[in-house]
Design a protein around this ligand. Structure first.
Ligand code: ZN
Length: 504
């Protein structure tokens, strides 16, 4: 087989794998939005089968043979070309997948299905102990996965590398070490001021239908194409998912007494959605039709949720829109009041509801606990107590029970370790990317006050979305901003914003 035919054959196999993954994604979407509870066992089996088939298709010897022929040729091409990138990324995925036996893929899928149900049970009973046996199995399989993938220092290295190619636990720990003290200190200074004084505006009764009307107006304004290439639904936990660049779905949830829940979740998920819609059509049905990493994905959601949606300029434009939808609730509110209400900082128990300043502290707590459990220095039975101790140290509050503490996240039902760090990476990267976009388009943020967000979206499309998953996150950041992952610009942005807002 000549090299051109070998490359075509590889693309065909990868396209079929994508089809299987996207079919699984449709089943997942349906499970979270439409499926009756009775469907869950059958759906678990269907998802396991599709995941196994995708895995088996990728590890077939033919893929290895094709890659062996193609890598030498790829070395002679420009590294950022589609073809060289396709071969490079396929090789990495193939090598990772061949290290994980099918048996382990199936065991993990089954264990996570059971853990999900036990987690729901434990939440209903508000009792972590109910979750421990199923979680123990997930931890054991996560360790086994890490060992199969291989690592030098810590099992977390392998798990992090799966979602943040090129990063490891020590690099993440170094980033967190830079963030920890300044964020704990800033939180304390805000608490000591009169934090929470302006919370009232968003905490009123907001009818559900109107909440969606307002949130979707914001989603359309920032440039997520919801009509022709997108959909929105409700789910218990907001998420976004994509089946192709032309079919990207987002969800939100409604809290009748707090507008922020649905509104900022919609902006967040639509941010993810712009990334998927921004990946060029020529990469569809390929291994490059993805974001660069979970953290880079999160940089796009945080950009629109926080940098834009919680900015003064955004509310200069959006306050009249909000007032038209909610005349009595927004009645006499000023831009300053809306801006302040969108940026209330207060140590809180629940990660997904945490503000911009305290959010990363929630992430560090989880990362440090995962590290301790995986290296055997912390028993799962002691996790709730360790959780509470860290909450007291970083946030100055202690969860009253497991439900508002250690049982709050779904992530550990799927695997233990390597997921949470990406949220903080996203926060930090969102500021780095925004600052670069602003330096190339001075005054760009002033457009927001007139409801124009296209220059920011276009910059992200040209510098981030267009590459799909060609580059490692660090490499993409260097290309886009000239610097890798570093805490400095993020800390400066957050400190400046809240020092001004709270007059510290
Ligand atoms: Zn997200």
């Amino acid at each position: 087989m000549d090299l051109a035919s070998a490359y075509q054959r590889l693309l065909e196999i990868l396209a079929e794998i994508e089809d299987l993954k996207m079919a699984a994604a449709v089943l997942y979407w349906d499970r979270q939005t439409e499926m009756p509870p009775g469907g869950s066992v059958a759906r678990g089996e269907q998802l396991t089968t599709l995941r196994r088939l995708a895995h088996e298709k990728l590890v077939q010897p033919k893929v290895g043979e094709l890659l062996a022929d193609l890598v030498t040729e790829a070395a002679t091409m420009p590294g950022d070309s589609d073809q060289a990138s396709m071969i490079r990324v396929a090789k990495r995925e193939y090598e990772m997948a061949t290290r994980i036996p099918s048996r382990l893929v199936v065991a993990m899928s089954e264990a996570s299905d059971l853990a999900y149900h036990k987690w729901l049970e434990a939440r209903a009973a508000n009792d972590f102990a109910t979750f421990v046996p199923a979680l123990e199995r997930v931890v054991a399989l996560s360790r086994e996965t890490a060992a199969a993938l291989g690592y030098e220092d810590h099992p977390l290295d392998a798990l992090i590398d799966q979602v943040e190619p090129g990063l490891d636990a020590s690099k993440v720990a170094a980033l967190f070490a830079e963030l920890r003290e300044p964020l704990v200190g800033l939180t304390r200074r805000i608490v000591a001021s009169d934090a929470g004084r302006r919370a009232g505006l968003l905490h009123q009764e907001y009818p559900a239908g109107k909440q969606l009307e307002l949130g979707m107006a914001a989603v359309r304004a920032i440039g997520f194409d919801v009509d022709r290439r997108g959909r929105q639904a409700l789910s218990v936990h907001p998420f976004s998912i994509s089946f192709s660049p032309d079919d990207t779905r987002i969800t939100t949830r409604i809290n009748r007494d707090y507008l922020g829940t649905s509104f900022f979740a919609l902006l967040h998920e639509a941010g993810h959605g712009t990334y998927m819609q921004g990946i060029p059509d020529r990469l569809r049905r390929s291994i490059l039709h993805e974001g660069a990493s979970a953290g880079l994905h999160e940089s796009q959601s945080r950009l629109w949720e926080n940098v834009v949606g919680r900015s003064r300029y955004f509310w200069q434009h959006f306050l009249p829109v909000a007032r038209a939808v909610f005349p009595s609730q927004f009645g006499t509110a000023t831009v300053e009041e809306a801006y302040a209400a969108a940026n209330v900082v207060r140590p809180s128990l629940i990660r997904v509801e945490a503000d911009e300043v305290t959010y990363n502290l929630h992430i560090m707590i989880r990362f440090e606990l995962e590290k301790a459990v995986l290296d055997g220095t912390l028993d799962l039975a002691d996790l709730p107590e360790a959780w509470n101790r860290k909450f007291a140290a970083y946030l100055g509050i202690i969860p009253p029970d497991d439900l508002t503490g250690v049982l709050q996240d779904i992530h550990w039902t799927m695997r233990f370790g390597g997921s949470f760090q990406s949220y903080t990476i996203g926060n930090v990267a969102s500021i780095a990317l925004y600052r670069q976009a602003l330096s190339e388009n001075p005054g760009m943020h002033l457009d927001w006050s007139e409801g124009r967000f296209d220059s920011l979206l276009r910059w992200m499309q040209d510098n981030v979305h267009t590459h799909g998953s060609k580059f490692f996150p660090e490499e993409l950041l260097v290309r886009a901003t000239g610097a890798g992952l570093t805490a400095g610009p993020y800390l400066e942005h957050i400190t400046d914003k809240y020092t001004e807002l709270y007059q510290l």
